[in-house]
Design a protein around this ligand. Sequence first.
Ligand code: GLN
Length: 243
Amino acid sequence: MTSETSRGELHIVNLYPRHMNIYGDRGNMLVLTRRTTWHGLTPVVHEVNPGDELPERADIIVGGGGQDSGQVTVADDLQRHGDALRGLAADGVPMLMICGMYQLFGHRFVPIEEPELPGVGVFDMETVGGPVRMIGNVVAESDDLGTLIGYENHSGRTLLGAGVAPLARVTQGDGNNGDDGFEGATRDNVIGTYLHGSLLPKNPAVADFLIETAARRAGLETVEVSEHDHIERARRQAAERPR
Ligand code: GLN
């Protein structure tokens, strides 16, 4: 598809790609930009690193995972954007936050060896670092997005408050805390999850939810994307992997 056939632009914001990008989380941006093009729209990518401002237009906002030390680096800077991010979330802007950024979208994260980090409170939840890391392949069932497949590696244990819903229930893996069976969180059109992998290549339903929601909000029409067999094969293979 060429830009001549584009029906408009989608502005995709990547929060802190320099510090918050592990286990291939960058792949989420590759999938979003490619599938945006398949949907007949032109992706415009904005990278926001510490010290940068948010762009004027943000149709989708994405953040990745990171070590506790990376979270220490970005946490204060993220506070500068707290009001804007809470406002955009309440306005229905679709967002996807993975692991480390998912934790910082709660009220706070208390790492095991670092001082407590403030979050932006987009999600009513908090996370406390524990002595045991939760590591391995994950399969989780979401009512809205179907079977989610990915990989987790975190020591933070996340507990959801009353103001947020779980994204999915784990059928394999630990998810938010290894106890309550929940994986991730969702409110309005914001999704938070522990799943790396990266997530979107194996979960195109999530990518299309973000793109189609963003397009609808921007008053843009999308074209139907026909699914490729290799995505379904990759999903099946990944789902059959041992923990
Ligand atoms: N540092 C966080 C934890 O271990 C997040 C890790 C990650 O993003 N994979 O809980």
